[in-house]
Design a protein around this ligand. Structure first.
Ligand code: RAT
Ligand code: ZN
Length: 421
């Protein structure tokens, strides 16, 4: 039944956008099977690296970086809380996000009493909190970031049964192989693969064996890497050989996409550690060449520089094996999500994955999705409104279909998989 008024249409879009279950196709979260790798709770939320770099803006030479890193987590959290929430207002996306989380968890935001918040969560088990957060955020499927070179994580996969929670899915992360090859060789050797720094036939075979074995072990849905902005493809270099001769062949063999997140400049301020990374312009022609060279290989692509977004979106019009996803990291802010979602829908219709969360701490699912759902819903409603004014009225079923494509089905369809129940 067509919706007969603009206000009902808007209300329907908003309701569905805010409540529809979503697939979060890139996070740094884990299921409870991974023990301490799963971060959650008040202190972890406050020491999120986005908030660390924001807090340092309010410090000076009197407060050294080392002194911060020497503190306990709880002390760090107190320090950040004071700087970003007490001495100043929590205006930034990440600071505002913390408040959204408190609010949705039913805590008294107006009390501004950090210890009360800590206490309120103190008696929860990890499993309870996972259930509660997935319920509040309506996130149905969570993609993890899985690195076999991390000893703690590897132990879970090899000796503790891996992931047993059907709401969580693996993605095999391959940054070390592409971006730090000498270190990767050492790691491969220690895991029993006969790899050498020189790119020999034997090394290729062994890298492919490593990738295949881990894809199978994890049931990885895709291969993933984050690349610096100066990534060039094709080139006479290690990355091109690794992609052409190991990674793409293995992805093809297993029928999985290759996700590239392009445009990071790591550690521009090493003192900030994980919080010290920056964005940089990238060359979209690298993605173009990949898509053209491998028409049957699927590529999930996101870029970090605002300046690359339009060109990348145009490129997706040219290649059906290219799926643009998410507003990544520094773009995951209200204004950028709105701008990017608008021109993506204008150029691609609903054939895009508008958002992923990139959460590192479990409760962040609550704010990242709530903030994004609202904007995506508003942008979609404005497009229906234009159609409405020309006499094209959508039905509730059509709105559901379109949102489901954006939030779930585009991802699962791109994988060539049925969306799991
Ligand atoms: O968004 C982030 O938390 C970044 O630190 C990165 O992890 C980035 O998302 C990545 O996956 O490399
Ligand atoms: Zn990430």
């Amino acid at each position: 039944l067509a919706i007969e008024s603009i206000s009902t249409m808007k209300e329907t879009v908003e309701r569905l956008a805010m409540t529809m279950p979503v697939t979060d196709m890139h996070t740094h979260l884990f299921s409870a099977d991974f023990g301490n790798l799963l971060l959650w709770g008040i202190d972890e939320l406050l020491i999120y690296h986005y908030l660390i770099s924001e807090s340092f803006r309010w410090s000076d030479d009197q407060e050294s970086y080392e002194a911060f890193w020497a503190m306990s987590k709880r002390e760090q959290a107190d320090w950040i809380w004071n700087k970003l929430f007490i001495e100043h207002s929590p205006i930034s996306e990440a600071a505002n996000g913390f408040i959204t989380i408190l609010h949705r968890l039913g805590l008294d935001v107006s009390s501004r009493n950090l210890n009360d918040y800590r206490e309120a969560l103190a008696n929860r088990t990890t499993a309870q909190q996972v259930d509660e957060v997935l319920r509040i955020s309506n996130v149905k499927h969570v993609l993890m970031t899985n690195d076999p070179f991390d000893p703690e994580e590897r132990d879970v996969w090899l000796n503790r049964g891996g992931n047993k929670d059907s709401r969580f899915w693996a993605a095999l992360r391959v940054d070390t192989l592409l971006n730090d090859w000498p270190n990767a060789v050492v790691q491969l050797q220690s895991l029993g693969y006969d790899a050498a720094e020189q790119w020999t036939e034997r090394t290729k075979v062994e890298v492919r064996r490593f990738l295949s074995e881990w894809i199978v072990r994890m049931d990885a849905l895709y291969l993933a890497v984050s690349m610096p902005g100066d990534f060039v493809y094709p080139a006479e270099d290690h990355r091109t050989r690794m992609i052409d001769e190991a990674m793409v062949p293995v992805c093809q063999e297993h029928g999985i996409p290759f996700a590239l997140m392009i445009g990071v400049r790591r550690r521009v301020n090493p003192e900030l550690r994980l919080a010290g990374d920056m964005s940089m312009d990238s060359d979209v022609t690298a993605v173009e060449a990949l898509c053209r060279n491998y028409p049957t290989q699927k590529f999930l692509i996101t870029m970090l520089a605002r300046s690359n977004q339009h060109e990348l979106t145009v490129l997706a019009r040219k290649f059906r094996n290219l799926m643009v996803f998410g507003c990544w990291w520094f773009l995951h802010i209200e204004s950028m999500v709105e701008e990017m979602t608008k021109f993506r829908l204008e150029l691609l219709g609903t054939s895009v994955i508008p958002q992923h969360s990139d959460c590192r701490v479990f409760e962040q699912l609550i704010y990242k999705w709530e903030h994004s759902r609202r904007i995506i819903g508003q942008v979609l409603a404005s497009k229906y409104e234009r159609l409405y004014n020309s006499g094209w009225k959508v039905t509730e079923e059509e709105i559901k279909r379109d949102l489901d494509d954006l939030f779930n089905r585009n991802f699962w369809r791109f994988l060539g998989k049925e969306q799991p129940q």
